[in-house]
Design a binder for this molecule. Structure first.
Ligand SMILES: NC(=O)c1ccc[n+]([C@@H]2O[C@H](COP(=O)([O-])OP(=O)(O)OC[C@H]3O[C@@H](n4cnc5c(N)ncnc54)[C@H](OP(=O)(O)O)[C@@H]3O)[C@@H](O)[C@H]2O)c1
Length: 290
């Protein structure tokens, strides 16, 4: 399928699902802005793309962005805006699964910031640009691991940290944010989608518990297979997609009970506002409307 004049920004494109996704979309004709927190890995992505996709119709550019720093997210949007006036697709894909409680550059539990708060900030800062596309799409890479609730009394797990809990809470948060954004943007030209890639053999387990690491390497499918639903959401005819929904294997999938709880979504937006208030630009836009 050849795609022309579509620009996509993909976070976490230096490894695993994001790397495959960037290459697949670049191959089809997208101009892909791939974020990297490690510029050497970014250059490695370009080399990999040139060597493995010689017939590519589009291109990949690298943009520095460390999702564990709100200042870095702000700066990435600034640098992006100096070169590009147009964005059709944002894929919030970067993610981490930490064994221990690590703190981000902003002194926040790292999983919460990298997987949830920074994607919300990035989405907020790019929404106007995406909104000017006649077919804007925002995709969140979430996970089947999104059961339970968000523990608003200890959202960073500072009192009691459990890596699995820290991770699944951020993925639940992304599904709630997707539904919240879709509700408040009815009738607009932007669609919001979350998806589970499946169990994929990537580097995600490398910093996590041994059992998780082992599970991913033993049971995981290839990153190519794992990227399929995101490629589908990025390229399917817009009328065939439903904004706000959670997808798996190219279809809408019923998500866990709390992930449709819009009271919890509103509370999450309030809490995220507290973390992000110094970085949000005016007007605040739909993420923080109720
Ligand atoms: N693998 C699975 O079975 C599975 C299942 C469900 C959902 N997911 C989700 O899929 C997404 C991609 O993960 P993956 O499995 O492809 O794992 P991966 O191979 O570890 O890729 C993660 C990507 O995120 C980037 N990243 C991590 N921390 C970052 C930070 N602080 N700033 C900027 N970038 C950062 C990594 O950069 P570096 O290359 O520099 O490390 C890498 O590009 C994640 O959101 C994950 O939660 C994965």
């Amino acid at each position: 399928m050849a795609i022309t004049n579509r620009t996509a920004l993909i976070t976490g494109a230096t490894s695993g699902i994001g790397k495959t996704l960037a290459c697949s979309l670049g191959n089809m004709g997208f101009t892909v802005i791939a974020t990297a927190r490690n510029m050497e890995k970014g250059e490695g992505l370009i080399k990999f793309f040139e060597e493995n996709y010689p017939q590519h119709l589009g291109k990949i550019e690298i943009l520095y962005c460390d999702m564990s720093s709100f200042e870095s997210v702000q700066n990435a949007v600034k640098v992006f805006g100096e070169k590009h006036t147009h964005l059709d697709l944002l894929i919030n894909n970067a993610g981490t699964f930490n064994r221990r409680l690590n703190l981000s550059k902003n002194n926040i539990e790292e999983t919460l910031q990298v997987n949830l708060l920074s994607p919300l900030l990035l989405t907020h800062l790019l929404l106007d640009t995406i909104g000017s596309s006649p077919d804007g799409r925002v995709i969140f890479t979430t996970s089947l691991l999104h059961f339970g609730r968000i523990n608003f009394n200890d959202i960073e797990g500072r009192k009691r940290y459990f890596s699995f809990n820290a991770y699944r809470q951020t993925k639940l948060g992304l599904i709630l944010a997707t539904r919240h954004l879709a509700c408040l943007s009815k009738g607009s030209s932007t669609g919001y989608y979350s998806y589970h890639p499946g169990i994929v053999s990537t580097n995600l387990g490398s910093k996590s518990m041994k059992v998780f690491k082992f599970g991913l390497s033993l049971l995981g499918m290839s990153p190519q297979k794992g990227a399929e639903t995101a490629v589908f959401l990025a390229t399917a005819q817009r009328e065939t997609l439903k904004s706000g929904e959670y997808y798996f294997r190219n279809k809408i999938k019923r998500s866990m009970p709390h992930s449709t709880n819009m009271k919890m979504a509103n509370k999450l937006m309030e809490v995220s506002h507290q973390y992000l208030k110094d970085y949000i630009r005016e007007p605040e836009g739909i993420l923080w409307e109720s």
